[in-house]
Every structure is written in structure tokens, then in C-alpha cells.
Design a binder for this molecule. Structure first.
Ligand code: NAD
Length: 359
């Protein structure tokens, strides 16, 4: 009997259910074509869970996720819940689910599709061949260190503390090396080791574990330099690994290379191969329920799941090739269309991609 992989499917709010439905069509097609076997279990999360269960992250949703090998998430949130108290806001559920599932790294690929080069604010010749992955530490650093307000010599002051221990650095650095091994075998470790003690520790750990991955070429890049090089020579990067705050900023910068938020996939990974896969965009309440959303970010998130969690790189390659083929043939949803009058809907885009998947 085929190895059955369990996927928790969380559609969420706004355009979430629309884009997840298209990814599920792709899932079904790859199952037929490649002989893989998936079992999906749906769960409530976000605003819809607040409405139906009184909490953004119901216990049974967490159970569904923990039973699964991977989670596919649409998006959560919307104006209906914006004025709720903090514990009843969809975004609170997002932090809660990452913590409860032990997800300590965030992966953001930034791939520039040739036919969309003009959608970026950078010159097409600079973008040529860009295909990078930012690996961001997600649960440590200055966002989680002690915070303090106090009276100082010159009035009120504020303190944020940045703390990293060797275990936290080593697990994400090793993950980044492993990702580099299944990509182009180049790793840029980004820090601020000329100034920060946490960065010096980070660099020491990278240098200590690097000999375990002799096939990966490592460079240390200072964060300010990395911010510049991403705009100057983005195609020279393969995998970038960095701490929480630097990663927050650099992953948004890298995302903008590609031009449209409707195209960006992401993964949050824990120990082993378990991960939560979701588009970078939110629930887009302005276009929800109108068949206008671009489903490609979610479909590419599914491809990332195949690659990262299941090791099904043949299916991941086939999905990514299908997306490229459909775009090359000129099909566009409204967010990436130059001529908006020719834009196609969410379901039509999903159908075209499904039809283009080949073994
Ligand atoms: P957003 O990403 O939802 O939308 C920003 C803009 O991009 C909108 O104009 C939207 O129409 C467009 N857009 C986004 N995704 C698109 C797609 N797939 N196809 C076409 N156009 C797309 O960000 P926002 O407006 O700041 O937030 C809306 C809601 O989503 C808020 O409640 C926010 O808290 C939530 N949010 C959730 C997540 C998440 O679930 N991980 C992430 C970000 C924002």
C-alpha cells in the first residue's frame, strides 16, 4: 500500500478558502499523475473559528495539525474582527499556532519568473535568473527578549534585549545547510558580527558546523551589505540564513524583487520535516468572494511542501513548471495583468495550472 501523507488543510478567511480550493485541485492532480497518496483533514482557524468556536485557534484544530505531516494554510483576518480584544483576533491565532507546533524557522523563496520581470521595480537584467530562499529564525532574538521601560538620566528609556543560545542558532543553521544541499549549494549567513555579540556567536556556530556540509559553499555577509547586494546582484544568492529581525526585513526586501504578493509562497518549519505552508499574502478582504484572487502563491506553497516535507521533488518540479508554462502562455489574474480587461479569475487560473501539470 502506498505511503499515505496526512495534510491538515486550513482555509481561513477572506480569499483563503478560494486559493486553498485551487491548491487542493493541484493536490488531487499530482496524486493521480504521480501515484502519491494524500489524506486531507480540514480545520477551522482565524476569524471563522472565532465566529463558530469562540476562539481563533480551537484545540481541535491544533490536534488536526499535530496528527498531520504538514499543514496547508490559506489566510486569516478581516475587518469584521479588527476591533476584537487581542485574544479574539485572528492574528493572535497565527502566533499561537506557530508556537504550539514548534515552528522555529520561516522559509521564503523569491523566484523571478522571466515573463513577470517587468512587474518588478528593478531592471529586468538585474533580476535575470533570481531564485533565492531566505531562511529566517522565528522564535528567538530581539522580538522575544526581555523588554523594559524605565526612567533614565534623560527621562524615559526603553530596552529590548537580543538573546540567542547555541542550540537555537545551530538548529536553524543546520536546516539552512540542508536546504542549500538540495538547491544550488550556496549559503550566505547574514549577521552584524562587527557590532553584535549575538552575531559573533552566530558566526562561530556557522563556522563550527560548516565542515559537516563540505559540498556547500558558505559566505558571511553583514546585514547592511546584504540589503544592498539583494538589489545589486540578487541572482548571486541561493540560500540566505539569518536571525529573526534581520530575516523579517530581508525577506520582505527579497519578496519585492518578484513584483507581486499574489506569487509568494512560504513555509514555517519545526524539527524534522514537519511544516506549515502558506502564501505570504493576507486574506485580501477587498477582493474576497469575487473569484479575483491569484491562487499561485498557495499553489507554490503546496509545491514547497512536496519538496521540504515529503521529498517529492518530481511533483514539486512539475507544479512549478506548470505555473511557469501558464504564465508564459500569457494568462494572468488581475494583480499581475498589464491589461486588466484580459485578466482571468481564481478558478480559471487553477484549472489552467492543473491542466499543465505533467509527469
Ligand atoms: P493582504 O495581503 O491581505 O492584501 C494586500 C493587497 O494585496 C490587497 O490589495 C489585496 O487585494 C492584494 N492581494 C493579496 N493577496 C492577493 C492575491 N492572492 N491575489 C490578488 N491580490 C492579492 O494584506 P492586508 O490588506 O494588509 O491584510 C488583510 C487582512 O489579512 C488583515 O486582517 C491582516 O491582518 C490579514 N493578514 C493575514 C496574514 C496571514 O494570514 N498570514 C498575513 C498578512 C495579513
Amino acid at each position: 500500500m502506498a505511503d499515505v501523507k496526512k495534510i491538515a488543510v486550513i482555509a481561513g478567511d477572506g480569499i483563503g478558502p478560494e486559493v486553498v480550493a485551487e491548491a487542493e485541485k493541484v493536490l488531487k492532480r499530482t496524486e493521480e499523475l504521480f501515484g502519491y497518496s494524500f489524506e486531507t483533514e480540514h480545520a477551522l482557524f482565524g476569524g471563522i473559528a472565532i465566529d463558530e468556536k469562540g476562539t481563533p485557534l480551537p484545540e481541535e484544530t491544533l490536534e488536526v495539525c499535530k496528527r498531520a505531516d504538514a499543514v496547508l494554510l490559506g489566510a486569516v483576518g478581516g475587518p469584521k474582527w479588527d476591533s476584537n480584544p487581542k485574544e479574539l483576533r485572528p492574528e493572535t491565532g497565527l502566533l499561537g499556532i506557530r508556537k504550539a507546533l514548534g515552528l522555529f524557522s520561516n522559509l521564503r523563496p523569491a523566484v523571478v519568473f522571466d515573463c513577470l520581470k517587468d512587474a518588478s521595480t528593478l531592471k529586468p537584467e538585474v533580476l535575470e535568473g533570481t531564485d533565492l530562499m531566505v531562511v529566517r529564525e522565528l522564535t528567538g532574538g530581539i522580538y522575544f527578549g526581555d523588554k523594559l521601560r524605565r526612567q533614565g538620566e534623560h527621562g524615559e528609556e526603553a530596552v529590548d534585549t537580543c538573546v540567542y543560545n547555541v542550540m537555537e542558532v545551530e538548529r536553524i543553521v543546520r536546516q539552512a545547510f540542508e536546504i542549500a544541499q538540495i538547491r544550488r549549494k550556496k549559503l550566505a549567513s547574514v549577521d552584524k558580527a562587527n557590532v553584535l555579540e549575538t552575531s559573533r556567536l552566530w558566526r562561530e556556530v556557522v563556522n563550527r558546523v560548516a565542515p559537516d556540509y563540505p559540498d556547500v559553499e558558505v559566505e558571511h555577509v553583514l546585514v547592511d551589505n546584504c540589503a544592498m547586494q539583494l538589489l545589486r546582484r540578487p541572482s548571486s544568492f541561493d540560500v540566505i540564513v539569518t536571525e529573526n529581525m534581520f530575516g523579517d526585513i530581508l525577506s520582505d526586501e527579497a519578496a519585492m524583487l518578484t513584483g507581486s504578493i499574489g506569487m509568494l509562497s512560504s513555509a514555517s518549519m519545526g524539527e524534522g520535516s514537519f511544516g506549515l505552508f502558506e502564501p505570504v499574502h493576507g486574506s485580501a478582504p477587498d477582493i474576497a468572494g469575487q473569484n479575483l484572487a491569484n491562487p499561485i502563491a498557495t499553489i507554490l506553497s503546496l509545491a514547497l511542501m512536496f519538496r521540504m516535507t515529503f521529498g517529492y521533488s518530481d511533483a514539486a518540479d512539475a507544479i512549478e513548471a506548470a505555473v511557469a508554462e501558464v504564465l508564459n502562455a500569457g494568462h494572468r489574474t488581475g494583480d499581475i495583468a498589464v491589461d486588466k480587461s484580459k485578466a482571468i479569475g481564481t478558478t480559471a487560473m487553477g484549472d489552467l495550472i492543473v491542466a499543465a501539470i505533467r509527469k
